[in-house]
Design a protein around this ligand. Structure first.
Ligand SMILES: Cc1cc2nc3c(=O)[nH]c(=O)nc-3n(C[C@H](O)[C@H](O)[C@H](O)COP(=O)(O)OP(=O)(O)OC[C@H]3O[C@@H](n4cnc5c(N)ncnc54)[C@H](O)[C@@H]3O)c2cc1C
Length: 316
């Protein structure tokens, strides 16, 4: 892997990375995708997908396998490695992997996604995809006329809680404190919504049920009292950490670390792109990830053409 100079190296093999790889390889760019685990990203943690156009109902695993196969068909090379750091040397990007190897590339597309913060309570992992969710847009429609809880007190918790009232018959918002970080307008909207009930100064201690979620144990942080709340779903919105810190220089980002990019998905560093969940944007979905990645790969192609043209003119 060490000597080669790639046109594009893509960091992360979720929907964004595999799409960027498909476009880059199909455009005949020398393209490499580096994924630390298995290609598929968050798709591999998703059971049912009902909102990816063309697939009325599919599983995350099936979609991941199809995206992987599709990208490889056009010649995308995929290596399993974790990228630890990206730096620039004489206009070339150097990517250092965990095992000490160095990759060199003319452009880089960062599609390393991020991870939703977990509650880390008993039952959370066991019931993930069976009532425990980290994405209301993705899973909300599965909870028609059901009772769900949203855990968190920030903008996401409120936005997603309000969204869930379109489907669920009742939405509890459970928060550790009495006060919320969410914008006042969102708090007003939630308070005025008859389907929303607040459980404040309380934390979820455990989630349980039989096949699917059936309840959550909620502990008062004031007096330690425990209440078992019957529920069909638990939506966790206590933060999301983007994997955005790989480039050694400062890149502009929002307060949570999501990267700001131009409409070409380019960071302030020419030739360095970010697409999918790692970038600052309103929606984090498979469709937005593949859209971003398409733009990033085409922008990288144009950038490489411009560079080649400039080099030719310089020589002539
Ligand atoms: C439980 C769950 C259910 C969801 N359900 C849906 C749904 O039904 N519909 C929908 O549209 N969206 C859904 N989403 C959201 C959707 O999965 C994401 O928006 C999408 O996967 C983002 O794609 P991505 O490629 O940007 O990032 P990811 O899918 O997160 O992929 C990032 C990849 O980068 C790799 N990586 C990270 N760091 C490094 C590194 N340093 N070196 C190498 N590789 C690295 C990771 O291993 C990962 O494979 C769901 C999300 C979750 C968590």
């Amino acid at each position: 892997m060490t000597e080669e100079l790639w046109d594009v190296v893509i960091v992360g093999g979720g929907p964004a990375g595999l799409t960027a790889g498909l476009y880059a390889a199909r455009a005949n760019l020398r393209s490499l995708l580096v994924e630390k685990l298995l290609p598929g990203g968050e798709l591999l943690n998703t059971e049912l997908i009902e909102d990816y156009p063309g697939f009325i109902s599919t599983t995350g695993r099936e979609l991941a396998e199809k995206m992987d196969e599709h990208a490889r068909k056009f010649g995308l090379q995929i290596e399993q490695a974790a990228v630890e750091q990206i730096r620039r040397e004489d206009g070339i990007f150097v990517l250092q992997t965990e095992d000490g190897a160095e990759l060199r590339s003319r452009t880089v597309i960062m599609t390393a996604g991020g991870v939703p913060r977990k509650l880390e309570v008993p039952g959370e992992d066991e019931f993930a995809g069976r009532g425990v969710s980290y994405c209301a847009v993705c899973d909300g429609p599965l909870f028609r006329d059901k009772v769900v809880a949203v855990v968190g007190g920030g903008d996401s918790a409120f936005q997603e809680g309000i969204y869930l009232t379109r489907h669920a018959s009742k939405v509890y918002i459970i928060h550790r404190r009495d006060e919320f970080r969410a914008q006042p307008i969102l708090q007003d909207k939630a308070r005025e919504n008859p389907k929303i009930e607040f459980i404040t100064s309380a934390a979820v201690d455990a989630i349980g049920g039989s096949q699917l979620v059936g309840w959550a144990d909620v502990r008062s942080v004031r007096d330690g009292g425990l209440t078992r709340v019957p529920l069909d779903g638990v939506f966790v919105f206590i933060g999301f950490s983007p994997n955005s810190g790989l480039f050694e220089e400062h890149l502009e980002h929002d307060e949570q670390g999501f990267l700001f990019v131009s409409d070409r998905m380019e960071t302030r560093v020419p030739g360095l792109y970010a697409a999918g969940d790692v970038r600052a944007q309103l929606a984090r979905q498979i469709t937005t990830a593949v859209g971003d990645a398409t733009t990033a790969a085409i922008a990288a192609e144009h950038y490489l053409e411009d560079q080649a043209f400039q080099a030719e003119r310089h020589r002539g």
